[in-house]
Design a protein around this ligand. Structure first.
Ligand code: URA
Length: 218
């Protein structure tokens, strides 16, 4: 039976389908790709996703002197970033983003999926106290059912986060719709939208369990 076709609202969804991203993603999807290469590819793709999610960061100018002249030069405006990793797979995106934006603050939220209900259970939460004053980029490579990351964003809002973005590597149509039902104002950045979820909540064709692929735990 062919998978159900699902309509995806293009609102607040950016598919970062740059050739370099798609090429690296194909290598990551291949089940023969070893964990070390998988991690390296995720690190590289996260730079390209970070580049896109930071595209609309507010800018100002600053007077500087080059060796030749004084100039009004563009510089990032005051607003600071926090990157929140949804453990554990989010750490793969986090590391790459931090190497591009080293001054960003970091938060972690730990949620696991109850394998029967597929519902998220929170076990860890630590974010900067001034999260309300920062743009918050939530990173989780797989937007599958959307249950975990929706719950994560709800908790971050309770902690004061207002200006949120979600960065994922792969998304399922079901996850995008579910996430945007709960958080319609939060833009999603993803490298690809796959066909559907299987009965275990895995993205098809996907790449398998991102955490296991990263850490070689299966
Ligand atoms: N989490 C994963 O790691 N992979 C999926 O396909 C779905 C959720």
């Amino acid at each position: 039976m062919s998978p159900k076709k699902t309509f995806i609202s293009p609102v607040n969804l950016t598919v970062v389908d740059h050739p370099l991203v798609l090429h690296k993603l194909t290598l990551m999807r291949d089940k023969h790709t070893p964990s070390a290469v998988f991690r390296q590819l995720l690190h590289e793709i996260s730079h390209l996703l970070a580049y896109e999610v930071c595209r609309d960061l507010p800018m100002t100018t600053q007077t500087i002197e080059t060796p030749l002249a004084e100039m009004e030069a563009p510089i990032l405006k005051g607003k600071k970033l926090v990157i929140v990793s949804v453990l554990r797979a989010g750490n793969g995106l986090l590391e790459g983003m931090l190497s591009l934006i080293p001054s960003a603050r970091v938060g972690h939220i730990g949620l696991y999926r109850n394998p029967e209900t597929l519902q998220p259970v929170e076990y860890y939460l630590k974010v900067p106290e001034d999260i309300a004053e920062r743009r918050t980029i939530v990173v989780d490579p797989m937007l599958a059912t959307g249950n975990s990351v929706s719950a994560a964003v709800k908790r971050l809002k309770e902690k004061g986060a207002k200006d949120l973005r979600l960065v994922t590597l792969l998304s399922a149509p079901e996850g995008i719709m579910h996430f945007h039902e709960e958080h319609p104002e939060v833009p999603i950045y993803t490298a690809a939208v796959d066909s559907h979820l299987n009965s275990h909540g895995y993205i098809v064709p996907g790449l398998g369990d991102a955490g296991d692929r990263m850490f070689g735990t299966k």
